[in-house]
Write a protein that binds this ligand. Structure first.
Ligand SMILES: Cc1cc2nc3c(=O)[nH]c(=O)nc-3n(C[C@H](O)[C@H](O)[C@H](O)COP(=O)(O)OP(=O)(O)OC[C@H]3O[C@@H](n4cnc5c(N)ncnc54)[C@H](O)[C@@H]3O)c2cc1C
Length: 380
């Protein structure tokens, strides 16, 4: 394992940093919090225009997924809204790995140019952790598939051009085996989107599918092979694509507030800052390990779980103590006078619990580690 970045990756990182300096403005951050959409189209287009998204997309770039890790790590540390980009690029990588040539040509360019976003329709109201039990049906009707059902937590559905959708196609096969993944345009007739507001500011959605008709060209991966497609996606989601250094912008905001308010020199503040900075460094190293495994042709499923559990809990610890240390100012929100860290301290305290839910909950990731790494028996 070699954590040193090659000189061309360092150049790539520096180019991203310069784009961030130009495009990640306070207005972009403000828009993210007022709209609940964690995405910045102008930033995506610039990254696309400069070929950075293509290079960061596993299978398309040169040394990726190291580059994918580098890009998301830089965006996350800068506090940029990158969720839209993360989902889009992750799915572009899956299309590149499992899609047909026709799908690659039709779908990937729209994503790596920074123009199109993707939303993920896996979870349903009753099935999130237990995804293999989902009920949304796709039934063959002549040359077409007819999809009926509903999904919950379809984040970005209100702005995405593409939808990746997990369906049940065979009721007779064991539950993991009767699933098929589809990739279709969001403007396909029969899809309805309704917003769901969350504690962490982000607006996600409930989505409904009423006689949605698509052809075989929409099947991503093998028919009844949806579980494999699903696990390919999750391996990227847990570990390499951001979500592991969210404490870095939080600590920056807290540091500015602590200096301005004369509490930075208190020994307890400095000790807590030091502990959280060490936590972020450990999270970075765990993320780099996942990226390195992926770059070496492996699938960082287990390591991704380890990374996500550690990083999210470190972020939660940091958000709790910074809010407590800021006192009443830590309860004030964006645009409220006197808000600590201009409202970020309060925001991070709400956002950090949510991160332990999506992309696999902390308990599910702990089970994964217990079973696959420690050899403990299955919990259920
Ligand atoms: C803000 C947000 C955005 C999201 N975005 C998307 C998206 O874009 N697309 C999408 O498809 N989904 C999305 N999700 C859904 C997310 O992946 C699920 O919420 C998550 O997998 C948990 O599923 P659930 O909500 O059904 O909870 P449940 O699975 O019902 O879990 C409830 C509790 O039980 C625990 N639990 C469940 N099973 C076990 C077990 N076997 N062992 C131990 N504990 C267990 C869980 O850890 C949790 O604490 C999003 C969720 C949120 C909150």
């Amino acid at each position: 394992m070699d954590f040193a970045l090659s000189s061309d990756v360092v150049e790539f990182r520096d180019e991203i940093r310069s784009i961030i300096r130009e495009f990640v403005t306070p207005e972009i951050a403000d828009r993210m919090h007022t709209t609940g959409v964690f995405d910045a189209p102008e930033l995506n287009l610039e990254l696309g225009r400069r070929g950075i998204l293509e290079r960061a997309c596993p299978g398309l770039g040169k040394g990726d997924p190291i580059e994918m890790y580098v890009m998301f790590n830089e965006l996350e540390k800068a506090g940029a809204p990158y969720d839209g980009l993360a989902v889009a690029l992750m799915i572009a990588a899956v299309v590149n790995k499992l899609g047909t040539d026709e799908q690659k040509e039709r779908i990937i360019p729209s994503i790596i140019s920074g123009e199109a976003l993707v939303c993920m329709g896996y979870s349903e109201a009753d099935f999130g952790s237990d995804l293999a039990s989902i009920k949304t049906r796709a039934v063959k009707d002549g040359d077409e598939w007819v999809i009926n059902g509903s999904k919950m937590w379809t984040t970005l559905a209100q702005v995405a051009e593409w939808l990746i959708l997990l369906t049940r196609t065979d009721l007779d096969l064991p539950k993991h085996k009767g699933l098929t993944m589809f990739m279709l345009p969001m403007n396909t007739p029969g899809i309805t989107v309704e917003p769901v507001h969350t504690l962490g500011t982000e607006i996600t959605n409930a989505t409904w599918y009423d006689d949605v008709r698509v052809g075989d060209e929409a099947v991503l991966g093998d028919e009844n092979g949806g579980w494999r497609t699903m696990t390919t996606v999750l391996a990227f989601e847990r570990g390499v694509m951001g979500g592991t250094n969210a404490g870095v912008p939080l600590l920056r905001h807290f540091h500015e507030w602590a200096v301005a308010n004369g509490v930075f020199d208190e020994p307890t503040t400095r000790e807590r800052m030091a502990r959280s900075i060490i936590d972020m460094q450990v999270a970075t190293l765990l993320t780099m390990r996942s990226a390195w495994i992926a770059a070496s042709g492996g699938m960082p499923g287990l390591e991704g779980s380890m990374t996500k559990v550690f990083a999210v809990e470190a972020y939660q610890r940091a958000s709790r103590w910074t809010q407590a240390a800021a006192g009443p100012a830590g309860l004030l929100q964006f645009h409220e006078e006197g808000a600590a860290g201009e409202g970020f301290i309060e925001y991070d305290a709400r956002h950090s619990p949510v991160m332990s839910i999506y992309g696999g909950t902390t308990e599910i990731n702990r089970n994964n580690i217990a079973e696959r790494h420690l050899g403990l028996p299955k919990s259920r």
